[in-house]
Design a protein around this ligand. Structure first.
Ligand SMILES: Nc1ncnc2c1ncn2[C@@H]1O[C@H](COP(=O)(O)OP(=O)(O)OP(=O)(O)O)[C@@H](O)[C@H]1O
Ligand SMILES: [Mg+2]
Length: 331
């Protein structure tokens, strides 16, 4: 095994009882409850290298949070194994807690009724961080996340974006090498989002932290992640770089050309179809066979035709991921 986070055949099944509809159903459920098994995470295997930021993606209910809960030691797997910085998180929660920071965007880890700064002090004492080090780190976080304008406010009175920024700082106060972020930029405005992304980039590139992040924001993935793991219905369906995923699912580009001579005969090129033609203006797109990349297509068109103008539309990552989700659904 190698890597700061190692996940091998990890699975988690939840057993729940379902209530049958209607009065008679309710009675029957009471006498003989019907138990159903939900395979939230099934046989997932992946690694995250030290100093790498990996985005764990997938539609709602795919099993992302359940995976993170097992890696943070909150949940025990039904089968399989995981190690985080060498520790089995669900067997040695305390040791794991010293190595990791975790932010669940949906739920705060801070004390609801205390001013944020007091929460920070409590965390300092729990993790036994020396005072000087603590102050220096807080100053650094304030610099990057602008916390001091609201860190004397009670957590319950903070806006969502302010609260998650405080949660981020709290998660990193003890300088953990591995960080889990489950939807860390949920509810943030565009300016704050960018600030947080900058902060995360700094944590990875300058501080060498390993980050596992989930998000539904594809701009975030584009800005932060090089590698992506895609899960669906609890199963890992894809593990690759953004480039690989674009190549595999991003074949929705268009090349729009204006021909020098509007009477030129235009034919399909290998892998490239003529989508539309109006006089001198021709739109090319992938023909559904072996899809060339948008840049290969651009080259082919320029080599074949004399054009006065050419432009390309690349599928954005959201389209690419939608195609990946749809394909994952089909298998
Ligand atoms: N404690 C639980 N008991 C029963 N089922 C659960 C429990 N926790 C999660 N599940 C189910 O497991 C599946 C995976 O849930 P999970 O929260 O991991 O999804 P997710 O990928 O984080 O989704 P989202 O993008 O909506 O946050 C869902 O079908 C969910 O209903
Ligand atoms: Mg989730």
């Amino acid at each position: 095994m190698s890597g700061a986070i190692q996940v091998r055949g990890l699975s988690r099944t939840f057993h729940t009882t379902v209530r049958r509809p209607g009065f008679a159903g309710a009675l029957r459920s009471l006498v003989a409850p019907e138990r159903v098994a939900k395979h939230a995470v099934s046989d997932i295997t992946f690694d995250v290298d030290s100093g790498e930021l990996l985005a764990l993606l997938g539609p709602n209910g795919a099993g992302k949070s359940t995976t993170i809960k097992m890696l943070t030691g909150i949940l025990t797997p039904s089968s399989g194994e995981a190690r985080v910085a060498g520790v089995v998180p669900y067997q040695d929660r305390e040791r794991n807690a010293r190595n990791i920071g975790a932010v669940f965007g949906q739920r705060t880890q801070l004390w609801w009724d205390l001013p944020v700064r007091e929460s920070f002090t409590i965390l300092r004492d729990i993790y036994e961080v020396p005072k000087a080090e603590h102050s220096a780190r807080l100053a650094e976080f304030d610099d990057l996340l602008a916390l001091s304008s609201f860190w004397d406010t009670r957590v319950r009175h903070l806006s969502l974006g302010q609260r998650v920024r405080c949660d981020l700082a709290a998660a990193l106060l003890h300088d953990p090498p591995v960080v889990f972020l489950d939807e860390p930029t949920i509810g943030m405005d565009v300016v704050v989002k960018e600030q947080v992304r900058e902060f995360l980039r700094y944590q990875v590139e300058q501080r060498g932290r390993t980050v596992l992040l989930t998000t539904h924001d594809m701009t975030e993935v584009e800005r932060l992640a090089e590698r992506v793991v895609l899960v669906n219905h609890g199963r890992l369906v894809l593990d690759g770089t953004l480039d690989e995923i674009r190549r595999k699912f991003g074949s929705t580009w268009q090349v729009r050309a204006t021909l020098t001579d509007p009477h030129t005969e235009v034919v399909a090129l290998p892998g490239i179809a003529v989508v539309r033609r109006e006089g001198a203006r021709v739109v090319f797109g992938p023909d559904g066979s072996a899809a060339p990349t948008v840049h290969q297509a651009l080259k082919s068109v320029i080599e074949r035709y004399e054009v006065t103008d050419i432009a390309l539309d690349e599928a954005d990552l959201e389209d690419v991921m939608r195609a990946a989700y749809i394909q994952a659904e089909a298998v």
